[in-house]
Design a protein around this ligand. Sequence first.
Ligand code: GRF
Length: 244
Amino acid sequence: MAEVGGSGIPSGPYGPPARVAVLASGSGTNLQALLDRFNLGDDEAARVVLVVGGDAGIGALERARAADVDTAVVEEPGPEGRGLLARLQAARVDLVVLAGYLQLVPAPVVRAYRGRMVNIHPALLPSFGGKGMYGSRVHQAVLESGVRVTGPTVHFVSEEYDEGPIIAQWPVPVREGDDAARLAARVLEVEHRVLPEVVAALARGEVRLGEDGRAHWGRPWLPGERFELSAEEGPPEPDREGTG
Ligand code: GRF
C-alpha cells in the first residue's frame, strides 16, 4: 500500500489471516456475510475467531456456533469494559467489528483497539446517527427527511456513537413508495457487500486510521469492476401516470 503516514496508530497487514472479533446484538446477517467470505469462503485475509453477543438469545450467536466460531455473551460491558476487553485479548484479535451491536463500547476498549475497531451503520453518516438511532428508526428518519439517497457507512469506532472517522460508504436510492422495512432490506443487501470489503482491506493494510483522525486508503476505494452494488438499481422510473 501507499505510505499514508507514520502515526503510532496500529494498522495492518495482519495475519494472514487477521483475527477478527464480531460484536452483535441482533440477527447477525452482517456477521454471516463475514463468515461466508472469510470462514466458509476462500478469502484467507481474515478469519472470524470470536463472536460476542450483547444478549444470550440472539441469532448472531447461533450463526457463530453453526460456523464453529467461539462465542461469548457480555450483556452489560460496564464503564471500564474489563470483561469484554479480557475476552478480546484472550482471543488475540487484530480487528473488532461491530455489526448491529447496540451498546456503547466502553472507552478503555475503544482506546485498546483504536484504528482496529469498525462499526457499520445503515445510513450515510454524519446524518441519521447517534444515540438511539438504530434499526428502523434510522430508516424512518431518512424517509421523513426527504433525502433521495441513503446507504451504509463503515467507520472507525470512537468514544461517541456513530462519530468515528468514515472509512466507506455506498449510495442506495430512496424510492417512491418506500417504507422503513423495504428501505432497510435494500440497504442491508449493500451492507453485506461493503462490510466484508472493508474488513479485507483493513486486514491487508490497504486502509488505516491516520494521525489526522481520518481514514486513508492506499488504493482506490471500491474499484468499479469489483463493485456493482446498487448501481443496478439506477434512478427510479419516471411516474408516467402522474405529473412527473
Ligand atoms: C444493520 O443494519 C447494521 O447497519 C446496524 O444494525 C443492523 C444489524 O443487522 N448497525 P444484522 O444483525 O447484521 O442482520
